[in-house]
Design a binder for this molecule. Structure first.
Ligand SMILES: [Ca+2]
Length: 390
C-alpha cells in the first residue's frame, strides 16, 4: 500500500527555527502495517551544542552532560550547557576514511558502578584494510583506561563503506553489535565471515553458548542473524525487550526488522531496492520475498537514509509516548513512528525545516529527544513533544 503523507509541522525553538511550514514526506510503503497521517501541532527544539565535526553518536550521562563521538576519531564530553571538552584521550586508532571512523558510544548497563563505556569504530588493518570493531573502556575525567577491543569483524577488507555500527544491550548479559557487509553483497549470506551479520556476545566479550550457530561447524559462533546490508540502527524496546534493527537498502528499500535468532534477512537475494547503476534489481536479487528468508517488518520504497534509533515509551503524559524515532540522513529530517505494541500505526517527520542530515537520536530519562546533525559543524539538539513545558 502506498500512502502519500503530508503534514503541517511547526517547530518552535530558541534560535532560527521559529517557523511553521508545510512539508511533504516521501511515499511510504508499509508491507505489514497501515500508515496513517498524523499532525504535529508544535514541537520545541533547542540547540545544546555546535561545532561538532560529523558527530556520529551521543550517550546521555546522569548529570545532564553527554558523550559525543566525532567520526574523524574524537570522543568529547559536552556539558549540560553545551560546552565541548577537549578530545578524551585513549580512544583506539580509527580508519577515518569513507564511511569509517569513530561510530557508536553507549554506556555500559552498569555504568553507574563501573564507569565503563562501549565504542564501535572502523579499525584499520594491514594493507589499507579495515573492519568494524567494538571496544570497552573505563571513562575518566579526560581519558579512557582499560581499553579492550572485544569484537573484530573478520576478515578485514579494503572497502571504505558499510561499517554500520550500533551497540545495544539486552540487560540479560548480552550485547548486540550491528554492522555492514562492507558493500560486498554476497558476504551477507556467507556464515563463515562476519560481514553483514548481527552479532551477539556476552558482555565480557565471550561467545554465548546459546547463540543460534554455536554448535554449527564452520560457522562464526558470534552470529545472531544474517543477510543484512548496512545496519545503522539498533535499539531494544524497553517495554518488551524486543530487538529492533534498521538498515539501508541500496537505491530504495531501507528497512526495519525485528531480528530473531538464526534468521536470514535476505540481502542481496531479496530486496526492495535497486542497483544504483541501472535502477533495476541487482543481479543476485530474485524479488522481494523468498521462503526461508525474512521480509522486512517495515520498509520505505524511497530510502530516507536511516540512522540512529531510539524508543520513547513509558511516559504516559507525553504526546510522543510509544514512539520509535529514527534519524534520516538523505531525507534530512527525523522519523517518528507511532507504535501500538509492536505495530507501527503512523509516521510523522520532524525537523523538516532544519534541512540537516540526522545521524543519531536518543531519548532521555524524562522523555526529551536528543538528535545529532551530521555536518562539519554538527549540532546536538534537544526536542520536546508538543505540550511539554520546560
Ligand atoms: Ca532484508
Amino acid at each position: 500500500m502506498r500512502v502519500m503523507l503530508a503534514w503541517i509541522l511547526c517547530i518552535g525553538s530558541t534560535f532560527a527555527l521559529n517557523a511553521c511550514a508545510q512539508s511533504a514526506s516521501p511515499a511510504t510503503d508499509t508491507p505489514a502495517v497501515a500508515a496513517v497521517p498524523t499532525t504535529s501541532t508544535d514541537s520545541q527544539v533547542q540547540v545544546i551544542a555546535s561545532g561538532l565535526e560529523h558527530p556520529w553518536s551521543v550517550a546521555l550521562l546522569a548529570d545532564g552532560s553527554f558523550l559525543v563521538t566525532e567520526r574523524p576519531g574524537r570522543l568529547r564530553r559536552v556539558s549540560a550547557e553545551g560546552k565541548l571538552s577537549a578530545p578524551i584521550s585513549g580512544v583506539p586508532e580509527v580508519f577515518a576514511q569513507g564511511q569509517g571512523g569513530l561510530l557508536d558510544v553507549v554506556l555500559d548497563p552498569d555504568f553507574a558502578h563501573n564507569q565503563r563505556i562501549w565504542l564501535s569504530f572502523a579499525e584499520p588493518g594491514e594493507g589499507g584494510t579495515a573492519g568494524t570493531a567494538v571496544a570497552m573502556a573505563t571513562l575518566g575525567t579526560d581519558s579512557l583506561t582499560d581499553v579492550h577491543v572485544i569484537y573484530r569483524q573478520l576478515p578485514k577488507l579494503e572497502s571504505p563503506n558499510h561499517f554500520g555500527s550500533r551497540i545495544a544491550f539486552d540487560h540479560n548479559g548480552h550485547v548486540f553489535i550491528s554492522q555492514g557487509e562492507r558493500n560486498q553483497k554476497d558476504l551477507a549470506q556467507d556464515l563463515e565471515v562476519l560481514q553483514g551479520k548481527l552479532i551477539r556476545l556476552n558482555v565480557d566479550g565471550t561467545q554465548p553458548s546459546d547463540n543460534p550457530f554455536a554448535a554449527s561447524p564452520g560457522v562464526r559462533k558470534a552470529i545472531w542473524s544474517y543477510g543484512h546490508r548496512n545496519m545503522q540502527s539498533l535499539a531494544i524496546d524497553p517495554r518488551t525487550g524486543t530487538l529492533w534493527e534498521g538498515e539501508h537498502g541500496p537505491r530504495g528499500g531501507d528497512e526495519v526488522n525485528l531480528p530473531a535468532a538464526g534468521k536470514n534477512y535476505g540481502w542481496p537475494i531479496i530486496s526492495n531496492g535497486m542497483d544504483y547503476a541501472t535502477n533495476r534489481p541487482y543481479a543476485q536479487t530474485i524479488g522481494m520475498s523468498k521462503p526461508g528468508m525474512e521480509s522486512p517488518y517495515h520498509f520505505w520504497q524511497k530510502s530516507p537514509g536511516i540512522s540512529g534509533m531510539a524508543f520513547l515509551v513509558d511516559h504516559p503524559g507525553n504526546s510522543w509516548n510509544n514512539s520509535l524515532f529514527i534519524g534520516a540522513l538523505a531525507d534530512r529530517n527525523l522519523i517518528r513512528l507511532q507504535l501500538d505494541g509492536d505495530r507501527i500505526v503512523s509516521e510523522e517527520r520532524l525537523l523538516t525545516d532544519l534541512g540537516e542530515r540526522i545521524r543519531d537520536v536518543r531519548v532521555g530519562a524524562h522523555g526529551s529527544v536528543y538528535v545529532l546533525t551530521d555536518a562539519e559543524n554538527g549540532q546536538l539538539l534537544r526536542l520536546e513533544a508538543p505540550g511539554v513545558v520546560k
